[in-house]
Design a protein around this ligand. Structure first.
Ligand code: FAD
Length: 539
């Protein structure tokens, strides 16, 4: 049968759109050494505008000024969306998602919730899709319950720093934190939210009573340990794959006013980890325990002096760090001013159990807010110097305690020659404080170490501070973990193929897949992780 000219035209147009989409999806194939790239918008965006513009929304769907949503803290991946939704109500979010579901698989449209855009590998981006700016969601104000087992109900787009400030007005505070507070509730609960309190309270995903979620089908569901349990645990640590968190009930405790903040140094890794593990095994020791590695750096200890005072200034001034690999144990004890004497005695007693280099005891006192919001101060300083918006090829690993020495020997002894590209954090936590039912994946051991390589790269540099060099170091670390079969799992995981994701999830992959099939069968949500392709989820 002869094709009528109008149909032929329409068919050619469809083929053109198909080819453009194919080209773009090939271009956007992730690569570990991906260069910063902006992808052009395809002509299909006008079709998207035609289909989405008529929707009745309380907020705003913008097809202009979309470049912001193609940026994140990592500054390495830049996928241009078709539009940004600035939702005013939860129903805006479900309307968009339902509409995209109705289009079926033909549209190729995906949706990414964007918290504060502090991912490093494009996880909150949606190539040619819709990015939902969660911070503009104006849910009800934060609502506090101050009775027994206090909690606060907050919007999924709320920044943790705002929750801290509001909670303090009630003498309360969340229990588990991240090191940086200018991240959103939805963003950290989609991962885990880990900091120096995790050894005692577990990650942030363990300190949530209830969630309100818009699933990948556009349904609004309330879930908790007792209600829609599978969705609740799926969403926690679920990389945004099953639903968009629009509200969360966060558990609170009485807030302290002050913090005693302490740093000590070790040159012996065994003594360092022995002390860290000793401290996390005690319920009544410090409230925060972290640590970091210092390789081949001069004068770092001196730079602490603006915040910390050496216990013994004469001995401290004689301490020479040059060239040595050092391990810094960082601890904090919360207290209220009237308890200061008791707290000091307690701290002295705890420190007397440790084996650090005696001359390297540094102490400080800060308010609880100053302590928790400490990275914000560094952020402002780096911003002033134009050093905050650099590419950030970060690598976060979780290593089982039984293999941490082997890991340290190779990585801190051979692979890394210095720590001048950024801090390397290393601290243990108790696996018993993590709920195994969430989507978060960790190795199976009682004590696990978080090791975070938080590098910044100098744009255009081909030297040891350049992106290519840092990528190659990260690759060597990952290759070593694999060849030595360390049982490592990535935190804030980033993989290139579904095969790698399957290995990451291990025995939990089937559950993850089932949850995806149940809650987001067309694979509309969170395309930036590249776990599923739109329209291709099958059990
Ligand atoms: P985004 O980057 O905007 O989003 C992250 C992912 O979550 C995306 O997949 C996105 O689609 C999804 N998402 C966002 N909002 C929602 C929602 N409401 N519902 C469902 N899915 C959603 N992590 C730690 O655990 N501990 C730390 O100490 C820590 N420190 C950090 C310090 C800095 C300076 C930076 C840049 C990051 C740090 N992180 C830390 C990592 C951080 O927790 C994650 O990158 C987190 O995802 C960032 O939150 P965000 O609000 O910017 O999320």
């Amino acid at each position: 049968m002869k094709t009528p000219p109008q149909n032929l035209l329409k068919r050619n147009h469809m083929i053109l759109i198909f080819l453009i989409v194919l080209l773009l999806s090939t271009c956007s194939t992730d690569h570990p050494l991906a260069k910063p790239t902006i992808f052009p918008r395809s002509s299909s965006s006008s079709n998207i505008q035609l289909s989405l513009k008529p929707l009745i929304l309380n907020g705003n769907l913008s097809f202009e000024d979309i470049h912001e949503a193609a940026k994140d803290f990592g500054n390495m991946y830049h996928f241009l969306p078709s539009a940004i939704l600035y939702p005013e109500t939860v129903s805006d979010i479900s309307t968009i998602i339902k509409n995209i579901n109705e289009m079926g698989t033909t549209s190729g449209l995906t949706v990414a919730a964007r918290g504060n855009g502090h991912s490093v590998q494009g996880q909150a981006q949606a190539n040619q899709g819709i990015v939902i700016d969660m911070k503009s969601l104006r849910g009800p104000e934060m609502q506090f319950y101050t009775g027994e087992l206090p909690y606060v109900d907050v919007s999924g787009g709320e920044l943790w720093v705002n929750i801290l400030n509001e909670s303090l007005k009630h003498g309360l505070s969340p229990k588990s934190w991240t090191d940086f507070l200018h991240l959103t509730v939805g963003g950290t609960l989609s991962n885990a939210g880990v900091s120096g309190q995790a050894f005692r309270h577990g990650p942030q995903i363990n300190n949530v009573y209830q969630l309100e979620v818009v699933t990948g089908k556009g349904e609004l569901v309330t879930c908790s340990e007792k209600q829609n349990t599978d969705l609740f645990y799926g969403v926690l640590g679920g990389l945004g794959q099953f639903g968009i968190i629009t509200r969360a009930r966060i558990s609170l405790q009485a807030a302290p006013i002050m913090v005693k903040w302490i740093r000590v140094l070790y040159s012996d890794f065994s003594l360092f980890t022995k002390d860290q593990e000793h401290l996390i095994s005690s319920q009544n020791a410090f409230d925060y325990i972290e640590g970091f590695v210092i390789i081949n750096r001069t004068g770092l200890v001196n730079s602490w002096r603006s915040t910390f005072n050496p216990k013994d200034p004469v001995q401290a001034s004689q301490f020479i760090s040059d060239g040595k690999t050092l391990f810094c144990l960082e601890m904090a004890k919360y207290f209220n001013p009237q308890e200061i004497d008791f707290m000091n005695q307690k701290v002295d007693s705890l420190l007397s159990e440790l084996s650090y280099i005696e001359s390297t005891l540094f102490l400080s006192e800060a308010t609880y807010v100053e302590f928790l919001d400490r990275v914000h101060v560094s952020m402002l300083k780096l911003q002033e110097k134009g050093l905050w918006d650099l590419p950030h090829p970060w690598l976060n690993l979780i290593i089982p305690r039984s293999r941490i020495h082997e890991f340290a020997q190779e990585v801190f002894g051979n692979i890394l020659t210095d720590t001048s590209n950024g801090p390397i954090l290393i601290y243990p936590f108790n696996k018993s404080k993590w709920n195994n039912r969430t989507s978060m994946i960790t190795p199976e051991e009682d004590v696990l170490y978080l090791v975070a390589f938080l590098s910044s790269a100098m744009p255009g540099s081909t030297g040891t501070d350049g992106l290519e060099y840092i990528f190659s170091q990260n690759k060597r670390i990952l290759d070593f973990c694999k060849s030595a079969n360390l049982g490592m799992k990535q935190y804030l995981p980033h993989y290139l193929t579904q095969e790698e994701w399957k290995i990451h999830f291990g025995t939990k992959w089937e559950v993850f897949l089932r949850r995806k099939f149940t809650n987001d069968p067309l694979a509309i949500l969170a395309p930036g992780h590249r776990i599923f392709q739109k329209g291709k989820v099958s059990q």
